[in-house]
Design a protein around this ligand. Sequence first.
Ligand code: PLP
Length: 398
Amino acid sequence: MSQPQQTEQVRLAQLGAYPFARLKTLLANHQANPDLLHIDAGAGEPRLPLPPFVAQTLANHLDGFSRYPSTNGNDILRSAIADWLKRRYDLVQIDPATQVLSANGTREALFAIAHALINPEAANKPFALMPNPMYQIYLGAAITAGARPYFMPCCRSNNFTPDLDSIPSEVWKNSAIIYVCSPSNPTGWIAQHAYFAKLIALADQYDFYIVSDECYSEIYSQQKPVGLLQVCATLGRHDYRRCLAMNSLSKRSALPGLRSGLIAGDAALLARFAKLRSYTGPATPLPLQHVAAAAWSDESHVEKHLTIYRQSLKSFFSAYGAGEVPAGSFFVWLPVADDEAFALAAYQQQSVTLLPGSYLAADDTRGNNPGRGYIRIALVDGVEKAAELGRRLKSVSI
Ligand SMILES: Cc1ncc(COP(=O)(O)O)c(C=O)c1O
């Protein structure tokens, strides 16, 4: 089942072009409507005003640019992260020295973690489970780490839930890790407490690791999303055995250019991850680690952002006139007749860039792609642009 003889090059060849590269190809040789100002709703890049503390904190720590930063994150940042995790998830304990690491954005961490956790075990545990559609890094990480991706389809028919009950026990037995994304990019699905509790029990039963991508945890419509470590804590599992959670300042604080995120949980797994990264070395510069510590310590900017995202969603749907407000994230996952044709038409007719849903999903063994027939719209430019997007997309015809 495993393919230990595969070279990196062969593994890389299994990966298709990244969704944004595919989008570029789709739109190449076509012209956006020149009469309208272009709106980029393709990338999930928050474009909100900079939180007020950023400039001053950076100015106070400029001398840090003359030192090598620690890859694991300095003590100030790791303590700020641990304090945030405690406050946000009611954790009784989380040790900043052993249960928390800084990440240079979660993208690299989501990728590297597969290499730290899967490689030694791929021979007898070949599967890496992931939702489908998914944040594409899970797929790239699994394949380049020598694992076999196992897709959990998330469709209208299962309320976009990566269904744990549908996984055969043979697959659980042969699984090294599972990626969970809650709130989900792109579907907006949110995992409930019972979902994580069941998954933790399965991880114990079948001996695999859970990687929970919680980057959109602070962006939600009504119910504040529960986190994996929070569920561990309610189960009295204060060592977070087999569990890792990731989060990021890119979405929470609208600081995607800061490149700062966190990974927290099982100390033994984090030690493996830290060892790998001591060789690959993706450190966040020291002055930026101080900005990150300030961002984890402040909730007022996060609350302001949440108000903007909620109003943006409301404005989009009232202008567009159809569709469902997602439970979490700032993405609209909109059903359309043909996602590629819609993206192209939106670009040509309305000067709007959108991501076809099929680019975010993999074909299953029968050739079905659960992202086909959906378009992902990122509401990242504030309330007025969200309403404008709703109006423009309403008149797209394919
Ligand atoms: C689900 C999900 N996870 C992780 C990331 C990575 O974010 P960053 O590397 O900026 O922390 C993104 C970015 O779009 C995302 O959508």
